[in-house]
Write a new protein. Structure first.
Length: 440
């Protein structure tokens, strides 16, 4: 008989032994979600910086003549698309923005002018400066030297500038450079008015029949995923026909790298495609919280089509081990390519690296159709070949999926960290890389 004190001493150890795998699994899930969010936030911040700075970022040295205590600039994530001016203690002492590129369509004698507008913390204009111009140099110099014109906006609030009609306000332009000065005045007013109009008229969410249909499919997929209904073959086969016919060819709202790239860069279109947004949310949240591969197993039309092909086929090939290992790196490589294309904004259409747009027949490109057809043919010989060896979107969803207490940090987690480093390197070195691409 084992003494009672021995049993009591062993119980905490066994309890601790059970607790550690659960803690490790939770930490890994948090890490994997953080990896995805880090890449998305880097892309989001990159495009916010491009919208604010464009090809000519505002520097601290540029604003210091207006705000002598300025030591740093911080991106404003709002629709104002400006920069907070910070002092050495991190306090906001001002706000700056530029008219370019939002007002570049307003041209003077020979082209548009990029103007810097400085405001105090209460969002009242304190100064404007001409940064650069495509207009005639002598005209630009005459405008910059006219103190009366350059101080017209001082003391005005954001709303006042936005509602200021240069012509109605009696701004006739600088003598000898009227077109240049009027273009600057209209550019400033347009820059402020665009943001004010956006804030004043928030977009409303619109549910279309396609959204409601997609919502019904998501609900059915959740039932399949969490009940024994998925084990009834005839019901599952019928639902797969709906996936291919309705979700794929008719509805056409599918997840893919082009979609995630666009959303990361420009935001999620809650108001235009609520059904698609809920589809993406469910595809990420369900596997992360419950270990259920909701999208890949029960919502992807191409996965359903592959499963049908595999069941009708008589072949079942086993790839050589070396070939299989090599192919498993392909989806990760495509994710890396998607990051590069998104941040550098290269001409490659990310829809062409996946088969999903092939179901939208009206706009399907040749490359995506070829990938879809090749993937289905491959599924006749290697079950679910594309899902296993070619799908970057499936890899992202599989990466965030919980795998239970036995889960451990592995090569894919290390590879994910490399992808974050890639995104960070592209973000930090964008200006150099962009100039190199333009020269090439």
């Amino acid at each position: 008989m084992v003494p009672l004190n021995v049993i009591q001493s062993e119980q905490p150890a066994r309890h601790g032994g059970r607790a550690w795998p659960r803690l490790r699994s939770a930490l890994l899930r948090a890490y994997r979600l953080a990896v995805v969010l880090a890449i998305v936030l880097l892309i989001r911040r990159h495009y916010a910086r491009l919208r604010i700075d464009g090809d000519a970022p505002i520097s601290v040295a540029e604003v210091r003549p207006i705000f002598p205590a300025a030591t740093a600039l911080k991106l404003d994530p709002s629709e104002r698309l400006g920069l907070f001016v910070l002092d050495p203690s991190g306090n906001q002492i001002g706000y700056v923005l530029r008219t370019s590129p939002l007002s570049d369509k307003i041209t003077g004698y020979a082209g548009p002018t990029d103007t810097l507008i400085a405001l105090d913390p209460a969002m009242t204009v304190v100064a404007i400066r001409i940064r650069s111009s495509w207009d005639t140099k002598t005209h630009v110099h005459d405008v910059a030297s006219d103190h009366s014109f350059m101080s017209l906006w001082n003391g005005k609030t954001w709303e006042q500038v936005a509602g200021m009609d240069p012509k109605a306000a009696g701004i006739e332009g600088v003598s000898g450079a009227s077109l240049t000065s009027l273009a600057i005045a209209n550019g400033i007013q347009q820059r402020f008015r665009t943001v004010t109009a956006t804030d004043a008229a928030p977009l409303k969410t619109r549910w279309s029949p396609r959204d409601w249909g997609l919502l019904a499919v998501i609900a059915a997929a959740l039932v399949f995923s969490f009940t024994g209904l998925r084990g009834r073959t005839w019901v599952r086969r019928g639902f797969q026909v709906i996936l291919v016919g309705y979700v794929g060819f008719w509805n056409g709202q599918l997840l893919g790298q082009s979609l995630f790239s666009g959303w990361s860069a420009h935001g999620v279109p809650w108001h235009l495609a609520p059904g698609l947004v809920l589809l993406a949310a469910a595809a990420l949240a369900v596997p992360w919280t419950s270990r259920r591969a909701l999208y890949c197993s029960h919502l992807c039309p191409h996965g359903a089509a592959q499963e049908w092909v595999g069941r009708l086929s008589r072949w079942n090939w086993h790839l050589p081990r070396g070939v299989e290992r090599g192919l498993r790196w392909l989806p990760g490589g495509l994710i890396g390519l998607a990051i590069i294309v998104t941040i550098l904004n290269t001409p490659l259409d990310l829809a062409s690296i996946e088969p999903f747009d092939a179901y939208v027949i009206r706009s399907a490109g040749i490359a995506t159709v070829v990938i879809a057809v090749v993937g289905l043919i491959a599924a006749a010989f290697v079950p679910m070949a594309y899902c296993k060896y070619g799908c970057p979107t499936g890899m992202v969803l599989s990466f965030v999926r919980a795998h239970g207490a036995a889960d451990r940090f592995g090569r894919r987690d290390l590879a994910a960290a490399v992808l974050v480093a890639l995104a960070a390197a592209l973000y930090l070195n964008y200006d150099v890389l962009h100039r190199w691409i333009l020269r090439g």
